[in-house]
Design a binder for this molecule. Structure first.
Ligand code: GDP
Length: 444
């Protein structure tokens, strides 16, 4: 999960302040020293860190905080607001051309996730705009790049325009755009070549493509895991091409998060999307405010709800609510729930988006890997239909039979039945508006 280190350090720092009735200037200074270290360790750009600390400190030693009854909360509020500000305040969506097609040029270093992001963007545009995009393969230096884009094109069911590797990429783009005009595609996404580092030849080729394509968007794809280097890359590309925004990939694997916090402040250009996995639906609109909430452990409930809305079947949800109220939630529903959760993504990631959960030590023990879910399902599938509907039937001899049938140890079967019963009780409580059981369920 991104920002793990930063999140933990900031929350520990603020925890020291919590409960203090009065906060002195010295307390604030000490805390800001820790915040500064935390940011630098997260690989946030030095100047960005310096300015951030200066602003927060100025605001935090003001009378509104020192005289307040809840100084810790006031300081956290300021840090939250300033974190949001350096990331750009609010989400910046894709621009649309006044006439079709809207041309989006994707640029970036090799391996940054350009080709994958092209596929993700297509899926996003299909879902959000009902778009009919065309992909253009303009990376002629890596033969595999064209094949990769063709494969992605098939996955998302859009045509890919290519002319192999022996043509000038500028001409390929010119012809690709003509094709899009003829076929009335509303979006064109150009996958350009990357290099291992920024060089003149690459930049001049990209400039020529830009001239011909007149793109509405030039999106720079950068790998979040490269930290400060990603920020430098963004600076370099922006100087030469005047990019319109950034797609920050591999945030799922970046425990530090420095690039997400620095790029906007350094380049003045917004991060428009973040990549959060290898699959083509792992693209999220970047919301600075929600990201700041996530960093400070306040949870990102909105993203969670959107995820749930996207993946959740409404009819199933209504049926579940009814079952909760009627207390008829059984093992069949349990398997349905597990499957819904699997669709939403890794459990521990989802949990961390819930308020107060990011820093919850109990979460360290939640490692719901996909295999665990498969095991749970195997246990349920070894039950008879009656047992699934009436868990009370599960006496010791039936449990032994289920263990043998599913190939799982008896203790695991017992534990699962116990957890299931807890879940049933909890659901009943929740359906009556009592949410206190939640923490018990999350306990180690
Ligand atoms: P390109 O050379 O810039 O076109 O990069 P690719 O699209 O080929 O991506 C390079 C590698 O990064 C591939 O293995 C992708 O699956 C992986 N990748 C791309 N985006 C993400 C992401 O958001 N998260 C993760 N975990 N992997 C990603």
């Amino acid at each position: 999960m991104a920002f793990e280190g930063l999140s933990e350090r900031l929350q520990n720092t603020f925890a020291k302040l919590r409960g203090k009735g009065k906060v002195t200037k010295a307390d604030v200074q000490e805390m800001m020293r820790e915040v500064r270290l935390a940011l630098l360790e997260a690989d946030v750009n030095f100047d960005v860190t310096k300015n951030f600390i200066k602003t927060v400190q100025e605001r935090a030693v003001g009378s509104e905080v020192l005289d307040s009854l809840t100084p810790a909360q006031q300081v956290i509020k300021i840090v939250n607001e300033e974190l949001t500000k350096i990331m750009g305040s609010s989400a910046v969506l894709l621009n649309q051309a006044s006439h079709i097609p809207t041309v989006i040029m994707l640029v970036g270093l090799q391996g940054s996730g350009k080709t994958t992001s092209a596929g993700k963007l297509v899926k996003y545009l299909q879902a959000e705009k009902n778009a009919r995009p065309l992909l253009i393969a303009a990376d002629v230096y890596r033969p595999a790049a064209i094949d990769q884009l063709q494969t992605i094109g098939q996955q998302v069911q859009v045509p890919v325009y290519d002319e192999g590797t022996n043509q000038d990429p500028v001409e390929i783009v010119r012809h690709g755009l003509e094709t899009a005009q003829a076929k009335k595609n509303d979006y064109v996404l150009i996958d350009t070549a990357g290099r291992l580092e920024i060089d003149d030849q690459l930049m001049s080729e990209l400039s020529r493509i830009k001239q011909v394509a007149q793109p509405t968007e030039i999106l720079l794809v950068v790998d979040s895991m490269t930290g400060q280097a990603a920020t430098h890359v963004a600076e370099g590309f922006n100087d030469r091409l005047d990019i319109s925004g950034v797609i920050l990939t591999k945030l799922d694997g970046d425990t530090r998060g420095g690039a997400a916090l620095s790029i906007r402040a350094v380049t003045g250009k917004p991060i428009k999307f973040v990549g959060s996995g290898e699959k083509l639906d792992a693209l999220e609109v970047f919301h600075p405010d929600r990201m700041a909430d996530r960093i400070l452990g306040m949870g990102d409930v909105l993203t969670l709800i959107e995820k749930a809305e996207k993946d959740y079947d409404e009819k199933q949800a209504a049926a579940l609510t009814r079952k909760m109220q009627e207390n008829t939630f059984d093992f069949n529903d349990f398997v349905d729930q597990l499957e819904q959760m699997q669709k939403m993504g890794p459990m521990d990631e989802i949990m961390k988006m819930m308020p107060g959960m990011a820093a919850n030590p109990a979460l360290k023990n939640v490692h719901m890997d996909p295999q665990d879910i498969e095991h749970l399902k195997a246990v349920v599938y070894s039950m008879t239909p009656q047992e699934r509907q009436t868990p009370e039937l599960l006496n010791p001899s039936r449990r032994r039979r289920i263990a043998t049938g599913s190939g799982r140890p008896l203790v695991e079967v017992n534990r699962m039945i116990k957890q299931f019963k807890q879940m049933q009780t909890l659901m009943q409580k929740m359906s009556k508006g009592n949410f206190n059981g939640m923490e018990q369920m999350m306990g180690p």
